[in-house]
Every structure is written in structure tokens, then in C-alpha cells.
Design a protein around this ligand. Sequence first.
Ligand SMILES: [Zn+2]
Ligand SMILES: [Zn+2]
Length: 272
Amino acid sequence: MTRALRRNLAIAVVCLAVLVLLPAVSSASHQWGNYHWARTANPFTVKLGDNLSSNWDPYLATTSSDWSASSVLNTTIVSGSTRPRQCRATLGRVEVCNTKYGNNGWLGIASIWANGDHITQGTVKLNDTYFNTSTYNTPAWRNLVTCQEVGHTFGLDHQDENFNNPPLGTCMDYTSDPTPNQHPNAHDYDELEAIYAHLDSTNTAFSTLAPSGMNEVSLDGPGQWGHVVSISADGHQSVHELDFGGGFKIITHVTWVIDVRPYFNSRHIDIR
Ligand SMILES: [Zn+2]
Ligand SMILES: [Zn+2]
């Protein structure tokens, strides 16, 4: 073996090692893009607007106290300011809504309004059409989906999207067995600390340049969610983006019900 060949081989081995290491590094993080709430100090407070019927209130209370255990953020429940069906967003808040949104395939959705990387407002919708059925009408499913959708509005993604591997013990894990996954785990709190390690010069970063109509858009179904950004391997989770230009976007995270095939598995859709 010549010296040059040996050197090339050594470089190849180093590259291979880097390639092997990279996926491990990226999977350790489960931030949803770079989206985060702008704030000038930690801990900051996210108001959760309660547009829920009373049977959901204990689950929102659990989710609120679960996430408030984070060292970087607190949540408080405030009275809601929208009708559940429309679930319109309110600046600087997350409106949480429930109603029978219909037999549309989704169990819960979380949407965030972004100005660049900064979240300005969010909504969470919980679909009673499915939560009223025997499969999903359980405390475990209600805790899992409430916790996960609210978690998305802080900028968190799933820790894991493999539907069939052992549960990770966090609501940010997608699973067919919700029982061990009703609350955040230590890794979620670590991730929040990483997302919110820096401070911003303003709070909530509202811009008067936000396109008019961005607040009025109804997010009931795929037709209003914009293009598909990603779909989990099993097709049960998807992320959509509605781009208003100038860095203004609405990003919607969808949890599909497990017992129907998501709509986009059977139709052509523009995935990018
Ligand atoms: Zn920031
Ligand atoms: Zn999700």
C-alpha cells in the first residue's frame, strides 16, 4: 500500500465515522424547526386559552402543570377568547379548543404562527368526533394528545416517530399504546432548555407587517394547512406549512387517528 493510498483510506474511515455519528447527534434533538417564543428573560409564561368543555379541563390542567415543571417556561390557563369550531388564534397565546371537528382522520392538531423563527401565537384542536369513541375516550389518550399538541406549540417535535417500538415514556413519543406516554420526560425539559438557551430583544415578536388574513385562515383540513413538509414513516404524523411570504408562516402538526389510513397515503400530494 502506498503512503498516499493509506492516507486516503484513513480519510475515508474518518468520513465514515462522521457519517455514522451524525444521525445519532441529530436524533438527540427534537426541536420543531427553529421555532420558539421570543422573550427577554426566562422563565417566560405561555397563556393557554381554555375554550374547552368541562370534561377536558382536567387534562389541560395536567398538561399545564406538566409543562410548567420546565425551568425555562411556565404556563397559565386563562379563559378562552374564541369559539371552539373556529379556534382563532390570539396574539401571544395558545388557544386550546375541542369540539366534534368531524370524521376527518385527525385526532389533534397544533398550529403555530411564525414570524421568522419566532412563534407569535398558536392553537390546539382536539377532535371529539374520535375522543367520543371507545378507542380514544380514555384518560391516557386525552393526556397524550393534549400534552403533545401543547408541547408542539413551544417548538418541540416528537422524540420518536416509530409507531411500533417500545414507548419512550413521553407524550412527545408517537405510539399505539398511550399509557406510558401521558406526560413529558426529562429529555423534553432538556430540549426546552436548549431551545430557550438564548434570549431575545423583544417578547413574542409581533410584527405589524404580518399579512392581513393570516389570522382569519381556518385550519380545519389539509386544504388550508398548506404544503406537506414531512410525514412520519408510518404516515400517522404530518407537518404542513402555509407560507405567507416575508418569513410569515403557519405551521400545523397533525396527529392522525391510528385506525384509519391518513388521506395522503391514498392520493398524490406534493411533498417537499
Ligand atoms: Zn429567539
Ligand atoms: Zn405530534
